[in-house]
Design a protein around this ligand. Structure first.
Ligand SMILES: Cc1cc2nc3c(=O)[nH]c(=O)nc-3n(C[C@H](O)[C@H](O)[C@H](O)COP(=O)(O)O)c2cc1C
Length: 236
């Protein structure tokens, strides 16, 4: 590998992933995941970076957050010494059934009943809550490393997927950190599929300043922004 220019390294990496085992000897023919609703979504999901500038309907925004990592069921569990606590099952799997992923929405423009600002999903009730309403576009632009004007580019909202990196440490030690990162990845895929399902446009972004995002959202000390999804309505 040494001596390869960056582009050659990229080609090498693609080849390593693309090199198939001779599975055709085990399974008849190629299998394309396209017959089910999920299969069709998986096949049609693409990063879309062209936006119209129209607002995303509020219902679609909330649906997106709930699809990404909303709650689906909760029950009361008991500790060995009899204390009860609420366990929440969500659209994402959670290591040890311990919740660590948080979803934040930065709304870049007023949108019917929602004013521009930062919101957080409560997964226990699947409701949206104001987080930081002193929203400042320039602060977001700096945090997202945007060189061009995102408003002119038609982007209207940013989903920030964060996680409490310490939430699982008591049970899994250092591995708890990685479980939280994996769960954030699950939420990312759910978000991208929901965007596709609802006819919205968007793409994942890991290239941002996590400290500036944390300060924009007033995150708790252990909460780390992991990945963002830039969104809007698709360009016509
Ligand atoms: C974890 C993650 C981080 C990403 N970060 C960025 C990013 O910072 N900027 C960007 O333009 N695209 C980013 N992408 C989007 C990829 O560039 C995109 O998924 C890739 O080009 C493949 O295209 P597809 O999503 O249409 O399959 C990221 C994707 C993932 C999964």
């Amino acid at each position: 590998m040494s001596g390869l220019v960056e582009e050659d390294r990229g080609i090498e990496a693609v080849r390593r992933v693309a090199c198939p085992l001779p599975l055709s000897t085990l399974v008849e023919g190629p299998i394309a995941p396209k017959e089910s609703c999920l299969g069709k979504l998986l096949c049609s999901r693409r990063s879309v970076r062209s936006f119209s500038g129209a607002p995303i309907p509020c219902e679609a925004l909330l649906r997106l957050l709930v699809d990404s990592a909303g709650g689906v069921q909760s029950y009361l569990a008991e500790t060995p010494n009899g204390a009860s606590y609420e366990v929440l099952y969500r659209t994402i799997p959670q290591g040890g059934a311990i919740a660590s992923v948080h979803l934040h929405l930065v709304l870049m423009q007023d949108n019917r009943s929602l004013t521009a600002g930062c919101y957080t999903l409560c997964p226990y009730q699947n409701t949206l809550h104001a987080r930081n309403m002193r929203y400042d576009y320039d602060q977001l632009k700096k945090a997202m490393w945007w060189k061009d004007d995102a408003v002119n580019a038609g982007q209207t909202a940013v989903l920030i997927i964060s996680a409490d990196m310490e939430s699982k440490a008591y049970k899994y030690g250092e591995k708890g950190y990685w479980l939280s990162v994996i769960e954030a990845g699950c939420a990312l895929q759910n978000a991208l599929l929901s965007i596709c399902d609802q006819g919205l446009a968007g793409y994942a972004v890991a290239g941002f300043d996590p400290d500036l995002i944390a300060s924009l959202l007033s995150l708790e000390k252990n909460e780390q922004p992991i990945v963002a999804v830039v969104m809007g309505m698709p360009a016509l």
